[in-house]
Design a protein around this ligand. Structure first.
Ligand SMILES: CC(C)(COP(=O)(O)OP(=O)(O)OC[C@H]1O[C@@H](n2cnc3c(N)ncnc32)[C@H](O)[C@@H]1OP(=O)(O)O)[C@@H](O)C(=O)NCCC(=O)NCCS
Length: 179
C-alpha cells in the first residue's frame, strides 16, 4: 500500500473540497450533505494553516483521497486545550488501514501542539468509524437522541472524546495535599 499522509497545503484546497463534497453527498456520515462553497473552504483551510491547526490529507499517487482535522476554537480561552475531530476517505480507500494511520498521525500532531482533549460526534449507525475511534482510545461520553433528521428519519448521534493524561488533569491526591 503506497499512500502519503501529510499536512494540508494551499495547493490541496480544491481537491480537499471535492473529497469533502463527495463524502458529504453520501449522506450517511457527515453533519452536512454537501461541502460549503469552495471560497469558504479556501478561507477555512488558509486560516487553519495560519493558526497551526492539525489538518492532514491522504495522498495516493498524487490524488487527495481523504482528510482528518482536529480544530480548536481559538477564541474560547477556557476551551483552548480542546479540539474537535473530523475525517473521511473516499469509498475505495476505506477498510485498508488508512483511516487508522491518518487518525493516529493527526491525534499525535494535536497532542504535540498542546491539546489534551479531542472530541467528536458520530452518527450511531456509523459502526466502522465508532470502532476505529474506540480502537485508538476514544471513549463514549454521550448519546444525543434523534439529533439527526435526514430524509424524514431520525438518527441518534454519539459524542466521544480522547483525553490525554487524565490523572493529571483531574488532580491526584498528591496535588490536593500540596495545595
Ligand atoms: C471511518 C473511516 C475514516 C475509517 O477509515 P478506514 O480506513 O476505513 O478504517 P481502517 O481500515 O483504518 O480500519 C480501522 C478500524 O476501523 C474499524 N473498521 C473500519 N472499517 C471497518 C469495516 N468495514 N468493518 C468493521 N470495522 C471496520 C475497525 O475497528 C478497524 O480496525 P481493524 O482493521 O483492526 O479491525 C472511513 O471508513 C470513512 O471515511 N468513512 C466514511 C466517512 C466517515 O464515516 N467519517 C467519519 C465521520 S464521524
Amino acid at each position: 500500500m503506497s499512500f502519503e499522509i501529510r499536512a494540508i497545503a494551499e495547493r490541496d484546497i480544491a481537491a480537499f473540497h471535492a473529497v469533502l463534497d463527495s463524502v458529504a453527498r453520501e449522506r450517511q456520515f457527515l453533519s452536512f450533505l454537501e461541502a460549503p462553497p469552495l471560497d469558504q473552504i479556501r478561507s477555512y483551510v488558509l486560516n487553519n494553516i495560519e493558526n497551526g491547526q492539525s489538518q492532514f490529507v491522504v495522498v495516493d499517487d498524487g490524488r487527495i483521497v481523504g482528510w482528518c482535522d482536529i480544530l480548536t476554537n481559538t477564541r474560547k480561552t477556557i476551551y483552548a486545550h480542546c479540539g474537535t475531530l473530523g475525517m473521511g476517505l473516499l469509498p475505495s480507500w476505506r477498510g485498508r488501514g488508512i483511516g487508522r494511520a491518518l487518525i493516529r498521525r493527526t491525534v499525535d500532531a494535536a497532542l504535540g501542539s498542546g491539546l489534551t482533549r479531542i472530541d467528536l460526534t458520530v452518527r450511531e449507525a456509523n459502526l466502522n468509524a465508532i470502532a476505529l475511534y474506540k480502537s485508538v482510545g476514544f471513549a463514549t461520553e454521550g448519546l444525543h437522541r434523534n439529533a439527526v433528521r435526514i430524509d424524514g428519519c431520525y438518527e441518534n448521534v454519539i459524542s466521544m472524546a480522547f483525553v490525554a493524561d487524565e490523572a493529571k488533569l483531574t488532580g491526584t491526591p498528591d496535588d490536593e495535599a500540596s495545595r
